[in-house]
Design a protein around this ligand. Structure first.
Ligand code: SIN
Length: 278
């Protein structure tokens, strides 16, 4: 594969778990150069096991950012029509810049998984922040959809089998954005684990049920997916990176730093149609 470095002088990565259910910080890695086969194998295992990976002190450029993404799949593009994030000078990379002009909001300031309204939602997203608010703020919360699924009763798990939900992108990104139906419970293609796939920003009911019941169960699941028991709150530093798996986690960007500057770039990785479980 392009962008693979030599194994010579290889030092094992460190993988430090952040919470019982989600997140690990990766050390002994330099993302400004190609990874070796051994490093990549460890990184892929850590991603599957931990759902979100964090990196510190990585002064990456767009090519480094894209190289990391392409180890996991082709780079994708945002399907939303109206977004708070914008274009950068590189079509592969989106700019996430917020400052005193961002009084109308910031990207990701609601519980969600990225663009589940697309028929083929992104596998993952890699956010690099070079500038963060000087007095703190702008943390991102990540929550495990495996943990959310596993905490349901066996009765509820059985009830949800075979159900689908409409993910309506128009609710988030305006007219012209796609809508797509996906299974409520999906099986992660790499871990084999079951994950709840109900994006609170895009789903209003579950299909194939009486209206009140479909709305009520969707509301219950969305609320359940926000439980602090399943989440980890990440504090950014300048030149931190968060790389999350959209198939098994939700996230929420906290908008508590206005009018300070929080600025960086994001690349998203193309995924596959979410496979129903079992
Ligand atoms: C996003 O939802 O992709 C943005 C996350 C963040 O800015 O922390």
């Amino acid at each position: 594969m392009d962008g693979i470095g030599s194994n010579e002088g290889y030092r094992a990565l460190t993988v430090t778990r952040c919470s019982p259910h989600i997140g690990a910080e990766i050390g002994n890695i330099d993302l400004t150069r190609p990874l070796s086969e051994l490093e990549l194998a460890e990184l892929k295992r850590a991603f599957t096991e931990n759902l979100v990976l964090f990196f510190r002190d990585q002064k990456i450029g767009h090519d480094d950012h894209v190289r990391l993404a392409e180890y996991f799949g082709p780079v994708g593009s945002h399907v939303g029509k109206k977004t708070h994030s914008g274009h950068s000078d590189d079509p592969r990379v989106r700019r996430f810049h917020f400052d005193e002009n961002s009084f109308d909001g910031i990207s990701g300031n609601a519980w969600h998984t990225d663009q589940s309204c697309a028929p083929v939602p992104p596998l993952g997203s890699i956010l690099y922040m070079h500038t963060i608010p000087p007095n703190g703020g702008g943390d991102t919360i990540f929550v495990s959809m495996y943990a959310a699924y596993e905490a349901l009763s066996d009765r509820m798990k059985t009830y949800l089998e075979g159900l689908t939900a409409l993910h309506d992108g128009v609710l988030i990104f305006g007219d012209g954005t796609p809508r797509a139906e996906h299974p409520v419970v999906i099986r992660h293609p790499e871990s084999g684990r079951k994950s709840l796939y109900v994006n609170g920003s895009a789903v209003r009911w579950l299909n194939g049920l009486p209206k009140g019941e479909g709305i009520g169960i969707a509301r219950f699941l969305i609320e359940h997916c926000r439980s602090p028991e399943f989440f980890y709150r990440f504090r950014w530093e300048p030149h931190s990176i968060a790389f999350w798996d959209n198939r098994c986690c939700h996230h929420y960007a906290i908008n508590d730093y206005y009018p300070a500057v929080r600025s960086g770039f994001r690349v998203q990785i193309e995924g596959h149609v979410p496979p129903a479980a079992p």
